[in-house]
Every structure is written in C-alpha cells, then in structure tokens.
Design a protein around this ligand. Structure first.
Ligand code: NIG
Ligand code: FE
Length: 418
C-alpha cells in the first residue's frame, strides 16, 4: 500500500455507491457497506477501505500518519452539487415576501423582477465583491458536506459581467476547499436592453461565447416561456458545443417545450428541473444517456409540482440530485436537506439519493475518480457523527459532520499517531 498519510479507523461503517461510472435502473441504489471499517488515505487518494484489521495489516509497522478515531461514526463520499448558481450579488428577500403573499415566481419574472433584479445587482458589483460572495457561498456548501460543485454564471448577461462572473468563480475556486466546475449560463434570460430572445442569443453567440468558453467547462440555457424557446436554445447550444463545452439544459420547469428532445438531439449531458415533465417525456429521457438532474429544494421553494423521480428511476434514467442554490428559486446550499426531500417527497430510497448526489452527480460534472469511497478515488470523505449512514438524509437540518476531508486534508478534530 502507498505511504498512508491519514487513517480513519474503527468506523461503524464506510458506505459508498458500488461500481464505476453512473448507476441506473436496479443499480441506482446499490451500495458497498463495509462494517466495521477503516479508510486509509495517501496524499489526495483513497488507498484502502475495508475491515479495520485488513486495512491495518496493509500498513507497515512503525509508519507515521495522522489518525482520526471513527468509533460510533460513519464515512461517506464527499457530496457533489452538480447544479448551483453561487455567482450573484444582492438577494431576493423581497421576492420571497411577495411570494409569501401569493405572487407567483413567473409573474415576478414577467414584471421585470426576479432574475433581472439579480442581474442588476451583479452587474453593479466589482470582481472582488463577486469573488467574495462566491467564496462565502462555497463555504456554506462545504459546511453541508459538498466537496465538489458546479458554479454557473448567468447573472451578468453582458460581455464584461459574464466574464467577471466566470473569473470570480475561478478565483473563489482557487481559495475554496470545494472543487469548482464553471458553467457558462449566458442564456439565462433576456436582459432588458434586448428586444427579443433571438436577438440576445445572437449577441451571446457572437460576442460573449468566444471568451466565456476559455473560462468554462459547460454551457447551459433556460429553455422556458419568457426566456428561450427551443430554436434559440438549439442555436446557442450548438455554438457552445463548437467550442468544446459540455451541454446542460434547464428544462420543463414550468412547461414542456421540447427540452428533452433537444437534449437528446444534441447529446447534452443533462436536463435539469423536470417539474412539469409528462410520463411520456420521463420514459423517453430514461432510455437516453442524458442525465435527469432533480432539484427538489427548488420545487419546495417555489411550490412547484414534483418531478417524476420514481418513474425516471424505475425506467432506468441516470438520476442525479442537486441544490440549484440561487437567490430566487432555491436559496438552499444543503445537499443533506435535498436528500431528505428526495426520500420524503420524491420517494427515492436513501441509497438512491446517496448515489444521486455522489457518483451520478460526479458523472454530470464529467469527474472521474470522484464520488465513491474506493481505492484510487479522490480522498473527499465525510465523517458523519452518527451510527448509521442513513442519518445523512434522515436528520433534517443540524450540523452532522465530525470531520470533512477534502483531497486528503482534514478539517475537524485530529490526533497524531504512530
Ligand atoms: O434554476 N430557472 C432558472 N434559473 C434558476 C433560477 C434563477 C433565479 O431565480 O435567480 C433556477 O431555478
Ligand atoms: Fe438552476
């Protein structure tokens, strides 16, 4: 075994999705549960997971390493948030209050508020202010167990502000414990200085995309009435694909308007939301290789119908879960809360929910070697202060981690041992 740098020993259990790559169908909820267990880490990689005696037998006598007492605790893979919008300034507390008195999200959007008010606040700030905001949001995510996250732009919607957002994401990622994956959401909505979606989409493709593509790994569009219809979305996504970006679509959030067929036609990596997807749409999506990213905190926050999660899972879709963290439709950075909603509202099992925000979410972000507790995987490990791994979803709210380990580095209690 490679030289061990950190040993988490005598855990109640170490729990991970089985296999490799994304899991679907009957495999979605298949876990490896080692109990009792130790986890050995060398640098930023996991080198052994198994019975404490077997793991110890693989470590040479007299070796020096940092050690963490796992008694009464459980180790799990760090969580992967594959859909999040942390690059914004200002807030939407006013919208939240309006909605509490009966206004609907789409009405606020149509009357010029909603996303457009966050665009105004984000444009008005400096790159340093936006970097600080992204850092703060990533810190919140890390405290809830997220060790890798997507970060979308999309609150700039002009050349300078989109590039400012993508640079703020890059800068914040460099100093954050969370591994950050930037997505260009140039087609989030039509900003007020443009007359039509088609005219704005053309501007984005010609003026913003060439530079944005140097800072992003993926591209995304909000395909919805009041934002972009399928023809503009197709043009934008094809242009993004031409720059080598992976494709994502916000689709079927309020209405079905061709998002699933477009995603399949273009070989998109995921379609996200799906609150208004019909059973027929769910079956078509489930048979494809386009992942279904479900965002139950957004459905809760906006009081939307729930996505057809059980049907998608049963028909064999690559199901992932994410927070959709943003100021307007899901001011929620907690994947454990999302897992709770997945179990209580979407009727996924705790095991399916775990795979959906670890191994399957890593697949959506194009990450190999992330999202499992297994030798060779990156040492992103959560130590849950509970005797049963299901507490991760079962315990609604609260600080539940004894330690968070990112790329082999421990944040939390530690002790030196030989
Ligand atoms: O995923 N639907 C579009 N975009 C975000 C909401 C953004 C906002 O309201 O600020 C979402 O829900
Ligand atoms: Fe979103």
């Amino acid at each position: 075994m490679a030289k061990v740098s950190l040993l988490i020993h005598d855990l109640e259990a170490a729990v991970s999705p089985k296999g490799h790559g994304p899991l679907r169908g009957g495999s979605l909820g298949e876990l490896n549960i080692h109990s009792p267990a130790s986890v050995a880490i060398s640098g930023d990689r996991i080198v052994a997971v198994g019975h404490p005696k077997e793991v110890m037998d693989g470590i040479p006598c007299g070796a020096e390493y940092e050690s963490l007492d796992g008694r009464g605790k459980v180790a799990l893979p760090g969580l992967v948030d594959c859909h999040a919008h942390p690059a914004f300034l200002g807030d939407r507390a006013g919208d939240f209050e309006l909605r509490a008195s009966g206004a609907r999200y789409e009405e606020i959007h149509t009357s010029g508020g909603g996303i457009r008010s966050t665009v105004a606040a984000t444009r008005a700030g400096t790159e340093a202010e936006l970097t600080a905001a992204v850092e703060k949001h990533l810190g919140w995510m890390f405290s809830h167990g997220t060790t890798s996250a997507e970060a979308k732009s999309g609150y700039g919607l002009d050349l300078a502000s989109e590039l400012k957002s993508l640079r703020a994401i890059r800068n914040a990622g460099a100093s954050s414990p969370v591994d950050v994956h930037p997505t260009f959401l140039g087609a989030h909505t039509v900003p007020p200085e443009f007359e039509s979606a088609a005219e704005y989409a053309e501007f984005v493709i010609q003026e913003v995309l060439p530079e944005a593509a140097t800072l992003a790994r993926a591209a995304d569009v909000f395909l919805e009435r009041g934002s972009f219809e399928a023809p503009e979305s197709r043009r934008y996504l094809k242009a993004c694909r031409g720059y080598g970006l992976t494709l994502r679509i916000h689709g079927d959030q309020f209405s079905e308007r061709g998002a699933i067929s477009l995603a399949i036609e273009l070989g998109a990596c995921s379609i996200d939301h799906l609150e208004n997807t019909s059973d027929e749409g769910a079956r078509i999506l489930a048979r494809s290789d386009v992942a279904a990213v479900l965002l139950p905190a957004c459905a809760l926050f906006l009081d939307l119908p729930l996505p057809p999660a059980r049907l998608l899972a049963d028909e064999g879709a690559i199901v992932a879960l994410a927070t959709d963290f943003n100021p307007g439709s899901s001011f929620c950075e907690s994947l454990p809360l999302v897992m709770n909603l997945a179990c209580t509202r979407l009727k996924l099992s705790p095991a399916e929910a775990l795979t959906a925000c670890t191994a399957n979410a890593a697949h959506v972000l194009g990450l190999n070697g992330v999202g499992r507790l297994a030798p060779g995987y990156r040492a992103d490990v959560l130590v849950l202060d509970a005797p049963d791994w299901r507490y991760l979803a079962y315990h609604l709210g609260g600080d539940r981690f004894a330690a968070r380990i990112k790329s082999g580095k421990l944040s939390g209690p530690r002790s030196r041992q030989t």
